[in-house]
Design a protein around this ligand. Sequence first.
Ligand SMILES: Nc1ncnc2c1ncn2[C@@H]1O[C@H](COP(=O)(O)OP(=O)(O)O)[C@@H](O)[C@H]1O
Ligand SMILES: [Mg+2]
Length: 326
Amino acid sequence: MRASGSRKSVSDPPVLATQLPLELLHRGKVRDVYAVDDEHLLLIASDRVSAFDVVLEEPIPRKGEVLTQLTAWWLHNLRRDLGISHHIVAVRADEVVGLYPALGATRPEWEGRATLVRRTTPIRAECVYRGYLAGSAWKEYEAHGTLAGERIQMGLQQCQRLDPPLFSPATKAEHGLHDENITFSRLVEMVGEELAEELRHRSHMIFRYGRDVAADSNLLLADTKFEFGHDAEGELLLIDEVLTPDSSRFWPKEVYRVGQKQPSLDKQPIRDFLEGIDGWDKTPPPPPLPPEVVQACSERYLEVFRRLTGIQLDDWTPPTFGALNR
Ligand SMILES: Nc1ncnc2c1ncn2[C@@H]1O[C@H](COP(=O)(O)OP(=O)(O)O)[C@@H](O)[C@H]1O
Ligand SMILES: [Mg+2]
């Protein structure tokens, strides 16, 4: 059931980009980031989708909502179960408008996809945790026998389970460039030993929690990326999106096979379509997506939400954060 006073409906049009009367700080691959005041940001997850690192022309209906509400679900549970400090102040539209009445006028543009967060200075490294050998880690291992620059066990196959799971940080790439995997020593050089250890420790706790929850839904958490930042008081907070299909690889356990690529839960219809097009070199402009591919992808995002949380997105009401989160 939707919260009373909600004007959101399943037939709302998808959103490629927002135009709010606030200072736009950043338009990322998926999010529009606005400054609300010196200490708060409004993160708006659009329905933009990227594949092979190229942002496609078509929006995926309800994708932004799924990413926003799934992150809220995880962060609420991580705070409750592990005491993890994070950036969310409010997700419910009524609460956001209560705190910032001026946002009431544009509510239909952002409701369901906006998160009011504490503004931080992000750490310039992505905290990747890997439970399986996939993606850029598999490429590095295949070429050099290393992961994050360190030698690991020989003879591993593509998508093989890593035991124990491994922390493999990456630099945050500037616009349009690929992230670069770095060693733990490099992270220590960048942020100092104490903070590097803390990032690894928190990432490990959150990874393990996410892996166990996903396992209950017969999903394998292959790898995932966390971001952290310091708020105005110097507190280290978990920021950005968390354990979403855009920041993680979830694999359906029933079709997992070691030694090959695994299908993506959410973007596979898009990948299959694009891989089938001769002559596209995976640089912009991307080819247009047929409506049935867009629809299949939208359904898959909704299915990931339902599978992880056990709740249909339409039956979900986000929690209140304020009192709990400070
Ligand atoms: N609490 C926060 N404080 C400051 N920056 C944040 C916070 N949460 C998320 N961000 C930043 O907002 C941006 C989110 O936009 P996104 O579309 O995901 O960008 P990208 O294409 O860089 O992944 C990221 O650059 C992320 O670091
Ligand atoms: Mg991002």
